[in-house]
Design a protein around this ligand. Structure first.
Ligand code: ZN
Length: 543
């Protein structure tokens, strides 16, 4: 039997033209599940013959486009390696797109490039391996054992040109046959192109590489709020800004969630702003945005990297600024300030297998606060609810909701157990925030805490998991984030904030744009860059 297969494989032979058509058809049929799901959803199902015909025509058009692209690389030296890379890329991309309902755009690739080994290893699961074998390794092996025939290069070139022109003519004919449908539908649903695999992932990768290559190399950082000043003799104060990870607002009992996920915060006189939208849907985009003066309307990560951020400004005006990190870094935000990486600490109680629970962020925090003589801002960057391995984020005695999904490939778990594991991370975050407040309360001077998350998270609603969908199509769970404030009574007095007035604004529609201006306000910084209408506390200040 094996011998027969061996002989059959040895006899495999095909021309470059046939190989390209087969490869294109294979990708359209087998590696584009997420595209077809989104597409069929958009046209409203396959109920009518018209819909079915439209799907078939779209599939054929995609085959033709792929075929044209492959034709550029159909020369003996590069053809096979090129197609192997295409198959493998398509296999990995289709796995993540199908499993988590994401698209592989520039943001996602930037995240991937900036993720650390620990985070990446959570993604290496058996289902991914299985998918990769089936859609990547199998077609690649078949291709490698096939003898591909090429003509002498002059006539091969002619054939290639003929095939490309023939494909292009056929493509135009298909589109023209139902021009209105194709063009109107395509225009209205332009985001569908992001699901086409592997062209969109490869396009995004090349854009990301190009952008990083150009970078901001040699360009001097632009000063923001050059006129920023703080009054002389400001009283001693400290603010701890906790930057959460992937915590979504609707899972907080403070915001009305039915499960008691915030017992600690509920017992500590905090203000929860219930309607806050994040600036991005993933860490690499959100973090720089939260500290940028640009605001969502004008923000892009590349643009923000040309400017100083909030922390630079505060430091320049004499505020002592520290960033403590238990995640994958500050994404450039803390490049010019004191940075403490606690994610790799060796603390037998809090750390194991190369990662630490968020309580590590509290280590020596009390001492740090009591040694502060002026005004201080400490940023605590949490591991929070980082997915997909939620179960790793909460210690045993915080696992209140069971059973919890305790595997890395969360999409294989039932939804309730995923929610349980996720809710346990919120319970643990609640505990950590409670501890931060207690440490602040213990100081003999005015202190405050502000907490928000970089973005939200999907937990399997409509089969979408994790986060990072393009902002325009991301579900609300990926954008609706918590924002919680606590201040000692001396702080409220010192900064002239009226609790009752503040309470009135709890349900206002807010977003991350407010962070920049609110923190300038809290540190009494005066500058033309400050916009009082984007200060959370401005309307609560007694005139
Ligand atoms: Zn994040």
């Amino acid at each position: 039997m094996i011998r027969r297969i061996h002989i059959a494989l040895r006899r495999l032979q095909a021309s470059a033209t046939v190989i390209n058509f087969l490869a294109a058809a294979f990708l359209v049929c087998c590696a584009n599940g997420p595209f077809w799901t989104a597409f069929i959803n958009k046209i409203g199902g396959l109920a009518t013959a018209n819909h079915l015909a439209f799907v078939l025509m779209t599939g054929l058009s995609l085959c033709l486009v792929f075929n044209i692209l492959f034709s550029f690389f159909s020369f003996s030296a590069v053809h096979k390696p090129f197609l192997v890379v295409v198959f493998c890329t398509a296999a990995v991309a289709s796995y993540f797109m199908g499993s988590y309902g994401i698209v592989i755009d520039q943001k996602m690739i930037t995240n991937l490039l900036e993720t650390d080994v620990r985070e990446a290893s959570e993604q290496l699961t058996w289902p991914l391996f299985r998918h990769f074998l089936l859609l990547g390794v199998l077609p690649s092996t078949l291709l490698l054992v096939t003898r591909v025939t090429y003509r002498p290069w002059r006539s091969e070139l002619l054939v290639r040109r003929g095939v490309m022109m023939g494909s292009a003519v056929l493509l135009v004919a298909i589109v023209m046959a139902d021009f209105k449908e194709f063009v109107l539908f395509g225009r209205k649903n332009i985001e569908l192109r992001m699901y086409i695999n592997p062209t969109y992932p490869i396009y995004s990768l090349s854009k990301t590489v190009k952008r990083n290559w150009q970078g901001t190399h040699g360009e001097a950082l632009k000063v923001v709020a050059a006129d920023a000043k703080r009054p002389a003799n400001t009283p001693r104060t400290a603010v701890v800004l906790v930057v959460g990870e992937a915590a979504r607002a609707e899972q907080f009992s403070l915001n009305g969630y039915a499960r008691a996920t915030n017992p600690q915060l509920e017992s500590r006189d905090v203000f929860s702003f219930t309607q806050v939208q994040s600036i991005g849907t993933d860490t690499a985009e959100s973090l720089p945005g939260m500290f940028s003066h640009l605001g969502r309307a004008h923000y892009s990560r590349a643009e923000a990297s040309r400017y100083e951020n909030l922390l630079d400004i505060l430091q320049r005006t004499g505020v002592q600024v520290v960033w403590r990190d238990n995640s994958s870094g500050s994404k450039g935000v803390a490049d010019r300030i004191r940075f403490e990486d606690l994610a790799d600490e060796k603390d037998s109680a809090l750390c194991s297998s190369g990662e630490c629970y968020d309580e590590i962020l509290l280590r020596d925090l009390g001492e740090m606060l009591s040694s502060n003589a002026g005004e201080m801002l400490i940023v605590l960057h949490q591991k929070g609810s980082h997915g997909p391995s939620y179960y790793k984020r909460s210690p045993k005695n915080f696992k209140q909701f069971l059973p919890e999904c305790s595997q890395d490939d969360v999409q294989e778990c039932d939804q309730q157990s995923i929610i349980n594991a996720y809710d346990n991370t919120i319970v643990y975050t609640d505990y950590v925030l409670g501890k931060v407040i207690d440490l602040l309360k213990a100081q003999s001077y005015a202190t405050a805490m502000l907490y928000t998350s970089d973005h939200g998270q999907s937990l399997g609603e409509n089969n979408i998991y994790l986060h990072g969908l393009p902002y325009a199509i991301a579900p609300r769970q990926q954008k609706h984030v918590p924002m919680i404030f606590w201040a000692s009574s001396s702080y409220l007095r010192e900064k002239n904030i009226d609790q009752d007035l503040l309470r009135k604004h709890r349900i206002d529609r807010l977003n991350h744009d407010y962070l920049f201006h609110s923190l300038l306000g809290l540190f009494s910084v005066t500058t033309d860059a400050y916009r009082p209408e984007l200060d959370l506390f401005q309307s609560a200040r007694r005139q």
